[in-house]
Design a protein. Sequence first.
Length: 317
Amino acid sequence: MRLIARSNAILLFMLLLAVFMTGCGKSTVTLSEGKVNVVTTFYPLYDFASRIGGDRVNVVNLVPAGVEPHDWSPKSRDLANMGKAQLFLYNGAGFEGWVHDFLDSLNKDSGLTVVEASEGIELLHGVPHEDDGHGHEHEHEDDSDVDPHVWVSPKSALKMAENVKNGLVRADAANQAYYEANYETLKKQLSDLDAKFTDALAKAGKKEIVVSHQAFGYLARDYGLTQMPIMGLAPDAEPTAQDLKEINKFVKEHQVKYIFFEELVSDKLAKTLAKDAGIETLVLNPVEGLTEEQINAGEHYVTVMENNLQNLLKALQ
């Protein structure tokens, strides 16, 4: 009995230690004295804020490299530190399910400037497979199926970058000229990217793509493509047997040569479908986050989207 009691005491101690260590875990939000602290919810906003803010800002991206952001949520310590920053940038359109609770909890005197980066962009609704599967816009009474992936289109990225710039100016008006100049540089890069997509995809022989999840609706809308997604708006939304049947039919009807997969989620289903159809796979990156390797190689939003364009052109020959 004494041995059992001792074992139970050790187990209790280990559990308490685990709880303590979890509570004392390092926050992903590290604020900097003397700079404008900007907190972003995922990679594209981090990239835009870093390039527009330059050396005047300390930009903290909440989602770690290599982590898929759809179901990520911050720890309590992250939330506390976020409230002490000067600018908070989030995508909106339902992408960050935890954001509204955080905003509701903010002290009115916190001084935090909040920017919803998708504001001003005409939003799409996701389309279930049992509809037409084309990723076109549909009217619905509620917004639970709003497609949040606005940033995947360079046209939308231009508006998001403008919203980020405006947020920086609101949070730090003294450096407005600096932010405006950096924004013009980024705007030129994004405008050139938009022109490349417009010109190249207009000349593509085909317009139909099969993608791992329904993240490319804005890209399809803005550049005349049709997406057939394997999974829904979230990358873990499993397809039904009927969905798979429709995908196989789509592949045959449109002579699809490649099925696109993503680097931050499992490619198993995409590769299985491609093998069954006797075709190949390619990467089409929704730019929700970069891997450590991509960051170390100096990749950013524009370079990743340029790679996407090359893979699209290869698939649409």
